[in-house]
Each structure stands twice: as C-alpha cells, then as structure tokens.
Design a protein around this ligand. Sequence first.
Ligand code: M6R
Length: 607
Amino acid sequence: MCGIMGYVGPQEAGPILVDGLRRLEYRGYDSAGIAVTNGAISVRKAQGKIANLEALIASDPPSGSIGIGHTRWATHGAPTDANAHPHTDPSGEFVVVHNGIIENFQSLKAELTSGGSEFVSETDSEILAHLIAREYDGDLVEAVRRTVALSEGAYAMVVMSRREPRKIVAVRKISPLVVGLGDGETFLASDIPAVLHHTRDFLIIEDDELVVVTEEGAVIESISGEAVEREVVHIDWDAEQAEKGGFDTFMLKEIHEQPAVITETLASRLDQNGKVWLEDVGFDDAYAAAIDRVWITACGTAFHAGLIGQEIFRRVLRLPANVEYAHELRYADPIIGANDLTIAISQSGETADTLAAARLAVDSGSRMLSITNVVGSTLSRYADDILYTRAGPEISVASTKAYMAMLIAQYLLALRLGAARGTVDAELAGRVAHGLHLLPAAIEEVLEREAPVIAAAESIVDASDVYFIGRGLDYAIAMEGSLKLKELSYLHSEAMPAGELKHGTLALITDGVPVVVLLTQRAVYDKVISAVQEVKARGGRIIAVAYDSDTEIADHADMVLRIPDMEDLLAPVAAVVPLQLLAYHVARLRGHDIDQPRNLAKSVTVE
Ligand code: M6R
C-alpha cells in the first residue's frame, strides 16, 4: 500500500523524507517521489525502488525545509514516473500525495477536462491537485475542505502550496495518518515506524479529520471545521525494534522475536491458575455467559489464526464459532445476532475488507472485539473491546510474529470466556496457563533446530508443487504453512485436511511430490498416518512435523521436523515455526526478496 511522509522544520526536508519512505518500504510500492518547497516547489519522482529516486535526487538535489513524500502501490495507472506521486496542478503551485482511491474520479476528471484541464498522469490522485488549485481563494485549508467534499472514497491526502509555504494540510478519510511531534519540527506519516527515530510522541489522526502541520506542531479539526482535542500518544517501541537487528531480513528477525512476543502478549494478563485480565475488554461474565455464537473474521494469515480460534471455541468452550474470510462475510448477508460476539483479527488494523466486515457486524448489533497489533488503528477504534497483540512493528510483508501473537490472544480470550461460561474448569485453566507460560522456551528450542529445516528446504527448492496436510488444529497450521511457502517461494502449494486428500488431490501425488504432514493432534494421529501411507504408496515424499516423543513417525517420513512435547491444544504455536522457517529458507535458496515478496503489500487498505 502507499506510504506517506511529510516534514516541516529547520532541516533539509529531502533526506528526511527519503529516509522515512525507506522505513515505509515494507508496505509495498512500485514508485516513489518527494516534493520540497523553497519558494518554488521541486518534485522528484521515479518508478521502481527508492534507489531510483535517490539517484535522481543526487543528480539534481531539491532544496527546502518543508516537503512531502510518497511510495505508490499502483491502483489507477501503471507504475510509471508520470503516475508516481507527488502530483501538481498545471501551475505547479499546489502539490499532493494521496493514499487510497477516489471513487468518483472519472466524473471529476471529465468535469475538469471539460473546463480545459490537461492531465499528465493516469491517476485518480492528480485530479486532487487540480481541484485544490481550482478551489483556492486565499485559504488552503478551505480549498482542501471543498476538494474533500467533492471527492468520494477512502483515502488520506497531503497537500502543500507555495502560496502558504510553511504548512502542510492533510486529511484522513479511512487511510491511516499520524503526526510525529518533534522539537521545533513536525513529521507526518502513514505509519509510526517511519518517524519513530525522530520522535516518540504522536497524534493519531482519525477518520474525517483535517490536520494543519507546521514546525510548531499540528492543529486538528474535523472535516466540517470543529476543533478537535487529541491526546498525545507516547510510543514505547524501541527504535531498534523497527530495524533488522543482527538478522539479514526482517522476516528472520521477526521469527526469532516470537518467544519474546508470547511473553509480552501474556504479560500481566494471565496468572499460573489460568485467571485472565484483559485490560481493554469491557464485557462482564453475564455477557460472556449469554453469547450465542462467535464470528471470527479476517484475511490471509489473520484468517488462519482465526481457524485456530474457531477450533478452540468450538472444541474446548463448546461455543458455536465460525471463522469467515472478511471479504466473503461482508457480502454474505450473514445472520449475525445481537447475542453474537464478532472477533475481527488484523495485524495492521487497516485491512479494508476486515474493517468492512467488522462494521457489518457492528451494524448487525453484534458486540465487536478486535485483535490487532496497532494501537490507534482503525479497527481498534471500531471495536467495543480490544485485545492488543503487543508484537511490536512487523515489517516483513509475510506475517509471522503477529500471527503468533494472534494465537496467544485467542487462548487468553478462550480462558476468559471459558471461565465465565463454566466450560473451562480450574484444572484445565491451570494446565493451559502452565503450557502458555512454557511456550517461549519451547519456541526457543524449535528455533535452534534450524539445520533439519534447511535440509527440508533444500529437498523441495525445485519442486513444482508442495502439499500440506493435517487434521483439526494441525489443518489450520497446514493452511498457514502453505500460505507462507507460496507467498515467499512462489512455489505452488495447497493445504487440506488430511482426510480430504483421497477425495481428489491424491491424483496429483506421484513420485517425489513433497507432502508436509502435521502430527501434533494425538486423538487423530492414526488417521493422519493413514493419509501418510496413501502418499507413500504413490511415491510421495513426506516431511513430517512431530513431537520429540513420536518414535513411530520415523518409520513413515522421509524427514522429520521436531517440536518439544506439549499440550495438543497449544501445539499450533510451536508447529508453525518450522513451517515459517521452511518457507524462509526455500525463498532464500531461490534468491527471492524475502521481506517484500512480489505483488504483495503489507497492508491491504483497498477492497
Ligand atoms: O493486517 P492484516 O492482519 O489484516 O493483514 C491480513 C493479510 O493481508 C495478511 O495476513 C497477509 O496474508 C500476510 N501477508 C500473510 O503473510
């Protein structure tokens, strides 16, 4: 998704903007640009990686201490220099960067064209610069306001003009925007990590708000002009946390952060007996006891985390639960009742489909609990209850530590609901709590067992298809392992319940085809072994994920990736780690860009 940067202060804006854009690279982009003003506005922009923009700037450096910048992920028009942001009006006096979509841009463009406007790009964003110039009558804020009134859609827009040269005006309509408050300088960004090394004090701009940024700070108003008081949020993230540390990729660093993430997510929320305190979850026991059904909605990896939640709520709490893809749920006309609890899961808290599904649930009268990693994200603001995952900033497009934190959050929620509903007794609660507290050490152990994973990666690096199977909770992990492999390695992969294999996919199992099998659910172990035998009989190659104590699997599998013994209920947390590492190493062996896989974006803020 597009990234936004802005700077007003005493320093040269160009290097600060480019540095911020680099820190937003994880959002995914295909062109980048900046505009700096020093009386006149200078624009530099280039398709491709930020290095192209840097080369342009090096050959012709723009000067000025106020500026805006952008990384674009194409929606309207190809990723070209002309379509890259910023965009100016024909006079070059007004300049705009924009994140999101102007839904009525065709009619606005037609209207502007009939008035004589000519456009140099194919983007919907360029019309904003034209509209602001047309609407300007001596007050930039009012011109922006009138432009917003004309433009339908979900977006964030940032505007600068040589007519009012010491300010930036920005608007948020759904797409995220934060202001970083420095000492005599102010920053604007679509995401906190972009400027965290400059300041820890932030104003989170909310939907339908306009902010005027100067070196003295920022003034927030509603789009309609009412003054807004906003508390400064102090962000505790360690600046180091947003860097790669000693690892060669953010993904590997984030995989290795998982034990700490579990500890953080559990901290002050769970005692040894399984009693749970969730600080931003406001419902009482009477509410929890009266829930008829749980809806879990999410996309991608967050959906796979929801599969685990669904299984736990059903199996352990005996509570009807459905996990639904958010993009399906929003158009499915679901029967969501007033006594249903909806859980929307999203690392970013900005995924457009998940936000829409969450809104649908709220509009249906359901209570809505969001599980998200981003404080102040849109999803957190829609929610009645929030369970923050405390994974810290996740930079790699492929989600790992945020996924793990989502699992932990759901175990906590299950303990909380189970206690209120009387479906989790003291013995089970104590056992699960004990197991949860042991997980960080168990994951450390799994992380140390990298050699067999590398061997497994080497064995599948040239495969054309890889299958993942498991049952129950293991099926949910198979889904996530398969997604990780395909998004990073670009190998074709599919996951399915082990029992489903013989209903069709077995036709594809021939000599040497790799099948990754998860075997952590003791109750269905023999059933999964039957599927393993079906694969072996067709010449397929088995890579198993199994407990240390499982001696039988060595007789069936070609390779075994071991995890320490634990409660089956908690095994997904450990079993996913070798699969994350497997995907990582296959992608590494294939020479791919691991942190930014092709065609993918970190935060999918369009439908
Ligand atoms: O920010 P979210 O958790 O809502 O993102 C949802 C998916 O786009 C995300 O999990 C995606 O599937 C990841 N790239 C997978 O690694």
